[in-house]
Design a protein around this ligand. Structure first.
Ligand SMILES: Nc1ncnc2c1ncn2[C@@H]1O[C@H](COP(=O)(O)OP(=O)(O)OP(=O)(O)O)[C@@H](O)[C@H]1O
Length: 490
């Protein structure tokens, strides 16, 4: 006590202690001491807990880490969202607005709100059916999977790091077991679930630099796959490529390649003028065979040659790799004026300086030792004559599909494919449907006759038809003046 009386602050403390003792009849010094003992005990217990946990981690816990760039990462987060995460809150989450792929269908069903006097609608108040997704970001969650308790943890590298899609920390899965089998079973279930929910859609992956300029694959879109029948192309060419890929993907073929010591790879070249359906066919093929697409462009200015080769080796075994603008790899053979050069004057493909991938870099990436076996490589170009022979030799390009500007028949097909569903709904009796279809066939012939053959790309003609989405008659009436305009603009 004499200690308190020597100093003015000690004096105040002493008076306070005496006051509490007298009014509450409790000795605050004992109270504070007990508190300190409890805190000390708690801290020691925590340290003992940490020691025990790290011992358990080394001896009887099985642990699996999953890096953010691995496709499995998204599959696990999706599974957690749809199962374990639904039932209990996570400590720290990443909120993300996600567009549903069926959002347009929902909009069709929703009553349109308040059109103005001209029949125009503001969509600000219409629910676009996008939804808020809360993804586990930081923290851990214990859940039960087939009688095994699994600890899912997601820890940010630094506690202060801002949640950012590019800097997602790795995931950790742990269970009390001497074998990895329970976690492996869980991952099999996660992958099966992912396949099930994405059965009618394809995911498009593109390269994306993260905050440390480290390029990685990132899913750019997940969308319903394009029906192959909507791609207009000579039937025989379409059948050839479909049969070839079907045969290639068969497990017996893989074995056959292995038995004969041939690298199990298959490459296709799609060449032709812009807007003739090269990309559309690649994505329809991915849909037919249930594969995801990995898109690489040689004109990507942020891609160095070593990054290009690493990205090429990081694609999964079964997928479509779409390599765009392949003629840009500095492969000029000097005959730019050839009739097969479909690139537009001044178009990106002429700017060879834009790519840092050399021909040898490209060839190494395609069939070097680290190149993935089992993938389907589709290369596209507007200028096939500029490709080096080494690039298009069998083994690298096994089938070359030439796309051309459309014939009369293809123009008719495009017209019919855009309007054929107009009469195919319950609103019309079968007789009306028949009549409507017959009229459409007439209009398609009329429409195609007004367009010069092999002059405009299907993309251009489709652009015109999109102005008359539900008015085939008007499209026919106006196509002649569109052709005149196009001629004038040339
Ligand atoms: N053969 C086709 N069949 C169906 N649609 C087509 C066809 N060609 C072009 N289109 C339409 O035109 C648009 C552009 O087509 P796409 O991107 O496939 O052309 P591309 O040949 O890959 O062009 P680019 O060489 O400029 O990349 C798409 O919306 C597609 O629907």
């Amino acid at each position: 006590m004499s200690m308190f009386t020597r100093h003015p602050v000690s004096g105040v403390l002493y008076a306070l202690v005496e006051f509490v003792r007298k009014t509450l009849n409790v000795d605050p010094v004992v109270f504070v001491n007990s508190g300190l003992i409890v805190v000390g005990l708690a801290t020691s217990l925590r340290s003992v807990g940490n020691v025990l946990y790290s011992y358990a981690e080394k001896t009887c816990l099985s642990t699996v880490h999953v890096r953010a760039e691995d496709p499995l990462y998204d599959d696990i987060v999706r599974w957690m969202n749809d199962h374990a995460f639904q039932r209990r809150n996570f400590l720290s989450v990443l909120a993300q607005t996600t567009n549903r792929s069926d959002s347009d269908k929902a909009l069709i069903r929703a009553p349109l709100a308040h059109p103005n006097s001209d029949g125009l609608v503001s969509y600000r108040e219409v629910d676009d059916n996008s939804f808020l997704e809360l993804k586990p970001f930081r923290g851990s969650r214990l859940f039960r999977f087939k009688r095994t308790w699994i600890l899912f943890s997601h820890t940010a590298s630094s506690p202060e790091s801002v949640p950012h899609v590019d800097t997602n920390p790795p995931l950790k899965l742990q269970c009390l077991s001497l074998s990895l089998a329970p976690i492996k079973n869980f991952l099999d279930e996660v992958r099966a679930y992912s396949r099930q929910v994405s059965v009618s859609s394809i995911t498009v992956y593109r390269t994306k630099p993260n905050s440390r300029d480290h390029i990685r694959w990132s899913s750019a879109a997940s969308r319903p796959s394009r029906d192959i029948s909507t791609v207009i192309l000579d039937k025989q060419k379409k059948q050839t490529i479909l049969r070839d890929i079907n045969e290639y993907l068969h497990p017996h073929t893989r074995q056959w390649y292995a038995n004969h010591g041939i690298p199990y790879r298959r490459g296709y070249l799609f060449s032709g003028p812009p807007g003739t359906g090269k990309t559309s066919l690649a994505s329809a093929i991915a849909g037919v065979f249930g594969l995801d697409i990995y898109v690489l462009s040689l004109l990507d200015p942020s891609m160095t040659e070593s990054q290009f080769s690493r990205m090429f080796s990081e694609v999964p075994t079964r997928c479509v790799v779409l390599l765009e603008d392949v003629d840009a790899a500095g492969l000029d053979r000097g005959d730019l004026g050839s009739s097969e050069d479909f690139s537009q004057p001044g178009s990106a493909t002429r700017t060879l300086a834009n790519t840092s991938v050399s021909l040898s870099g490209l060839l190494n990436a395609i069939d070097g030792v680290s190149s993935q076996e089992g993938r389907i490589l589709i290369m596209t170009t507007n200028s096939p004559q500029r490709l080096d022979r080494a690039l298009i030799r069998p083994g690298r390009v096994d089938i070359h599909i030439r796309f051309e500007l459309p014939s009369q028949e293809e123009l008719r097909d495009l017209f019919l494919s855009l309007y054929s569903d107009m009469f195919q709904n319950a609103e019309f009796s079968s007789k009306e449907q028949e009549k409507g279809t017959a009229r459409l066939n007439e209009l398609a012939v009329q429409f195609a006759e007004c367009l010069p053959e092999r002059q405009y790309s299907l993309a251009e003609v489709q652009g015109f038809l999109l102005q008359y989405k539900r008015q085939p008659e008007e499209a026919c009436d106006n196509v002649k003046s569109w052709v005149e305009e196009m001629e004038y603009e040339k």
